[in-house]
Write a protein that binds this ligand. Structure first.
Ligand code: PLP
Length: 334
């Protein structure tokens, strides 16, 4: 089976497991786990921020980023398809009790939209806007640096903070051929995942200035997210950070190859965006295609007219060729 459902399905490599087995550990709730500290310091440095906090998941990193920059009843501005909105069980509303103001369509908030939303600020009827949210990559799409500057600049000019859901920030940096700090620039808080394309088994981080991360650390404990000898898992994340960032371009090249091969199949249009291949199927029948691909040994995710295939660490060049052949067989038999 070639599993292209998500980059979260990667399993730790042998060397990563070895690093985990040999990790020096301590009680991280007391700030005494040297491996967790090393991971937090290295992550903060890579992102150009003062501090970072290791947490269990991207979901928790996002929620802490939201929690430290908003008060109950304030607005967070986001896209309706951001993970924060559709994939975190409404935690933004439950935990931080904020009001999401959502745009749709365009992947990034247009100048006119932002100008419109900022008009009437201070009107007694309105909730106060507190935070502008971006995701990079967003469904594999990289935020152009000029857009990043425009949007974070707008936020700060109007007294909002900016958060980046950088679950796949490493892919964006690899694609743009820049340091991760460039992709994190202008954001007050940034969440990153070690457990996606980097291939670590567990964990994410939220980064920002020292005082913000001190508050995030308190928030993590409030949520019951304090971990004890977490160095065992942090060592996997540290290994991934040191050894798997640069190879991500290979995933992007393989995704491009897969999209080319799939586009040759009757009725399918495929585009590659960093490590994701998005396939448009005829007649809103993505579900049928996903089933047909699975019957030929290729796992993908799909809904509506869109099948998503994600390339990551365990996928080889020959997997790409085999996946395309299997898809061709599936399409021929549909
Ligand atoms: C863009 C984005 N943000 C956040 C998350 C949440 O990460 P986790 O699954 O570690 O909670 C995901 C997970 O797929 C994601 O795709």
């Amino acid at each position: 089976m070639i599993d292209l459902r998500s980059d979260t399905f990667t399993r730790p490599t042998k060397r990563m497991r070895l690093a985990m087995a040999e990790a020096e550990v301590g009680d991280d709730v007391w700030g005494e786990d040297p491996t967790v500290r090393e991971l937090e310091e290295e992550t903060a440095a890579l992102l150009g921020k003062e501090a970072a906090l290791y947490v269990t998941s991207g979901h928790m990193a996002n929620q802490l980023g939201l929690w430290v920059s908003t008060r109950s009843g304030e607005e967070v501005w986001a896209h309706e398809n951001h993970h924060l909105i559709g994939d975190e069980q409404g935690a933004a509303v439950v935990l931080s009790r904020v009001l999401p103001r959502l745009y749709s369509g365009d992947p990034f908030p247009a100048r006119e939209l932002l100008d419109g939303w900022i008009t009437g600020l201070g009107d007694v009827h309105r909730a106060d806007p507190a935070l502008l949210w971006l995701e990079n990559t967003f469904s594999g799409r990289v935020v152009p640096l000029a857009e990043q500057r425009r949007i974070t600049g707008f936020a700060h000019a109007h007294g909002l903070k900016a958060h980046l859901d950088g679950a796949r920030l490493w892919n964006a940096a690899a694609h743009l051929e820049v340091e991760p700090a460039v992709v994190a620039e202008g954001f007050d808080t940034v969440s990153v995942c070690f457990s996606k394309g980097l291939g670590a088994p567990v964990g994410s981080a939220v980064a920002g200035d020292a005082d913000t991360i001190r508050r995030a650390r308190r928030g993590r404990k409030l949520l019951g997210g304090g971990m004890r000898q977490a160095g065992v898992i942090a060592a996997g994340a540290l290994y991934a950070l040191r050894h798997h960032r640069e190879r991500m371009v290979e995933d992007h090249e393989r995704a491009t190859r897969l999209a080319e091969l799939l586009s040759e199949l009757s009725g399918l249009e495929a585009v590659a965006r960093t490590n994701m291949v998005l396939v448009t199927t005829p007649g809103g029948e993505a579900g049928r295609y996903v089933e047909a691909f699975a019957a030929q040994g290729v796992r993908a995710l799909g809904g509506g007219d869109r099948v998503r295939m994600v390339v990551s660490l365990e996928i080889t060049d020959s997997d790409i060729e085999d996946a395309a052949k299997a898809a061709a067989k599936a399409v021929a038999e549909l």
